[in-house]
Structures are given as C-alpha cells and as structure tokens.
Design a protein around this ligand. Structure first.
Ligand SMILES: Nc1ncnc2c1ncn2[C@@H]1O[C@H](COP(=O)(O)OP(=O)(O)OP(=O)(O)O)[C@@H](O)[C@H]1O
Ligand SMILES: [Mg+2]
Length: 393
C-alpha cells in the first residue's frame, strides 16, 4: 500500500526570518504529527471540499477501499460509493450548503462503500463539517462493518433454522392431534356422501341432497383450513415483518393449538385487549410459535388436572407496549427449574426438548420485546411476553 499523501493543513507563516524558520519547523512538526496520527487511525478518514473533491485519504481508508491516495485525491468522493448512493450524494451536499439542512452531516449511518475492484461492502459513516478551515471541508469517518453484518446475518439465519426445527418438533408432537382433527371432517364428508347417494336412489329428495352437499363443502373447507394453518406454520421461511393484528393472531393460534387433543380436557379462556386493538410490526408465524409454545407448556403443567382452565390474556402495559400472558393453574415450578427455563435443552419432561422457551426468548428479543414469568395464585405459572405495538385506529 502506498503511504498517505502528506496533508498540510497548518500553513500560516510569519514575515520575520528567524521566527519564520522556527515557526516553519513547528508547522512542519505539527503536520508530521498530524499525518502520523491520521495514518495510525483504525478508522478510515476522508476529507472533502464543498464540491465533494477528496483532499485527504488516510492509510486505513486506502486499505479499506483498495486505492492509493494518489488515485483518489482530487477526485470526487462518489468514486467510493455504489451508483445508488453516489446519485444522491451531490444532492445532499448541495442541500446542506444552501439550506444548512443535514441529512447525514453531524450524524452517522450505515451505508455502502465500493472498492477499487467494484466490490460493495457495508460501512458506518459519520460526517462532520470541519469548522475554522480556510475553505468548506467535511470529514468522513468510515468503519468497515462487513464482519458485524456477517455475524448479524449468521445469527439471524441460525435463529431461523432453530425456530424452524422447533416448529417441526411441535408439529411432530401434535401429530396425533392433527390426525384427529383431519379425521373429523373426512368422516363427516364420507357419511354425508353416503346419505346423498341413498337420498338420490330413493328419488324426489332434491332439497335434502343439496343440503347434504352443502355440508360436504363446509367440511372440506374446514379440513383444508386445518391443512393451510399447519402448512403456514411449518414452512421453512425467512423471517419477515408484517403489520399484524395481534387479537386476530391470538385467535388463530388458539385454533391451531386445538389440534392438540389434550386441550379438549381444559377450558381455554381468551381475553383480548378491547376496545383498543393492538397492531404489531412482527413476523406473524414466529409470534404464533411463541404463543403456541407457552400454551403447550401450560397444558403440560396441567396434565393431571382435568378441566383446569388456561387463560390467555392480552393487555396494554402503556400506549406503546402490549403484553400477552398465558396463565395456567398447573404444578408450577420450583426454584431450581425456574433458574434455567431459558437455557437450551433444559427440560423436566420425558419427551421434551427444552427448546420451546429458549427459541421463544430469541424470537421475542429479535422483535424488541421481553419474555418473563412468575407464579400464579393459588397454583401454576404466568408466562408473559411484551412487544412494542400501536393501537389500530
Ligand atoms: N407453564 C409452566 N409450568 C411449569 N413448568 C414450566 C412451564 N413452562 C415451562 N416450564 C418448565 O420449563 C422447562 C423448559 O420449557 P421449554 O418449553 O423450554 O421446554 P419443554 O417444554 O421441556 O420442551 P419443548 O422443547 O418441547 O418445548 C420445562 O421442561 C418445564 O420444566
Ligand atoms: Mg415447551
């Protein structure tokens, strides 16, 4: 890599010969120190004039963008940006110079840089105006954040894989319930079809046959809705953010949970947040997965208490935070278990994986929320999560 072109910001001189040579030395020393500092900086430093022409390009910036300073100095800074950013750049600069309105100046933000070989990479750029300079100058401090971005994407991918594996495992456990749920509409369809045949053979029963055919259609729709719900839930997918009506999502999840036949032994009371309905920016399948995990844990804890109710409550904690709680009156938790409920693979169940709560926690945290629990009175547990939300007007 070539050394940085020498930067000479301190140039004021005096008229007296002796003082001039002293002050020249001082200026030279100051410039050398400054250049050494600029080259020692870990972050890339770029100084531009009001036209966007590069006046300084330190060693870290040369390394990051794979250009020598000679190749960059005097050229427009846009050569270091991908086309999408470079188009906007002149506009930013002109708007700032004419109106003083800063879009990026004075703050930092994530943008993309372009290396000499054309490769784009993510950078964090903070720009400041150099006050007191002889002409308008702006300094950009640039940090290469490729590694953080890679880590973030990897973490998100592994969270998605884990979350998918956990959904598949939930479905595996619910297999018996799914079979039951599908069996009901199928046997109803079969008996209505047989009845229709009998009625047709007997003749003159048109109205009753039409009625039976309507019932067959209803049952077929019911079966296909169960399948649709399950398929959406287990599909491998990239996490996404949608506008979600939380009350509707809770009802949908309770319907999904109903494929678990053990739920038939319990009353499920749902208390939605009325009249102000919560709206979230969330991944609906993942939030559904969290709620389903909590419901299944609640039912597990009440396994031997037939008829015990499970309450699902949705309430506002503030104007911008909604809380969903799953309240059971099961066996509760002792101190030791409660210490490690969010630790992966910690389970007290014979067929449990110990993944339900850790996965739920990572989903809720990724949505900027919290998940927590406490005892219910006189027995059982209350598991809750809170999320940022807005009121549907
Ligand atoms: N509502 C609850 N009441 C009592 N204990 C609970 C409750 N919810 C969770 N636990 C305890 O926390 C442990 C961890 O729960 P988690 O959901 O992570 O895993 P799991 O239910 O054991 O297995 P799975 O991976 O199938 O969900 C459970 O094994 C149980 O001991
Ligand atoms: Mg569980």
């Amino acid at each position: 890599m070539l050394p940085a072109e020498k930067y000479n910001p301190v140039t004021k001189e005096t008229n007296q010969p002796e003082m001039r040579s002293n002050s020249k030395r001082t200026i030279q020393d100051a410039n050398e120190t400054l250049n050494a500092l600029l080259d020692a900086a870990v972050d890339g430093l770029v100084v531009i004039d009001e036209k966007g022409r590069v006046e300084l390009f330190n060693s870290a910036a040369q390394k990051m963008f794979m250009y020598s300073s000679k190749e960059v100095l005097g050229n427009n800074i846009k050569m270091l940006m991908p086309a999408s950013f470079s188009r906007e750049h002149d506009g930013y600069l002109a708007a700032y110079l004419s109106s003083g309105q800063a879009k990026i100046i004075g703050r930092g933000r994530k943008v993309r840089g372009k290396k000499s070989d054309g490769e784009e990479f993510p950078i964090f750029l903070s720009v400041g105006e150099v006050k007191g300079a002889s002409h308008k100058q702006f300094v950009g401090i640039i940090r290469d954040i490729s590694e953080q971005e890679r880590d973030r994407i990897e973490a998100q991918e592994s969270r998605e894989r884990l979350s998918h594996a956990s959904r598949l495992s939930s479905m595996g456990e619910l297999a018996a319930g799914i079979a039951h749920e599908m069996n009901q509409p199928l046997s109803a369809i079969s008996s209505y079809a047989q009845a229709s045949k009998r009625l047709l053979l007997a003749g003159n029963n048109e109205a009753r046959v039409i009625d039976a055919l309507d019932k067959i259609c209803d049952q077929a729709i019911r079966a296909s809705e169960v399948i649709k719900r399950l398929r959406t839930f287990v599909k491998e997918r990239v996490a996404q953010r949608d506008v979600v009506d939380l009350n509707a999502l809770i009802i949908e999840t309770v319907n999904l949970a109903k494929v678990d036949t053990r739920l038939l032994d319990h009353q499920v009371n749902v208390e939605l947040s009325q009249p102000s309905q919560p709206q979230l920016l969330a991944d609906p399948v993942q939030i559904q997965q969290v709620l389903l995990n909590l419901i299944r844990n609640g039912i597990d804890a009440m396994e031997h208490i037939k008829g015990a109710p499970l309450r699902i409550q949705c309430k506002w904690l503030s104007n911008e935070t909604i809380e969903v709680s799953v309240i059971d009156c099961g066996h509760g938790m002792d101190e030791e278990v409660s210490q490690s409920v969010f630790t992966p693979f910690k389970t007290t169940k014979e067929s449990g994986m110990g993944m339900g709560l850790p996965v739920s926690q990572s989903i809720i945290h990724a949505h900027g929320g919290r998940i927590y629990f406490g005892p219910n009175q006189p027995s059982g547990c209350i598991f809750s999560f809170s999320l940022p939300a807005t009121i549907i007007s």
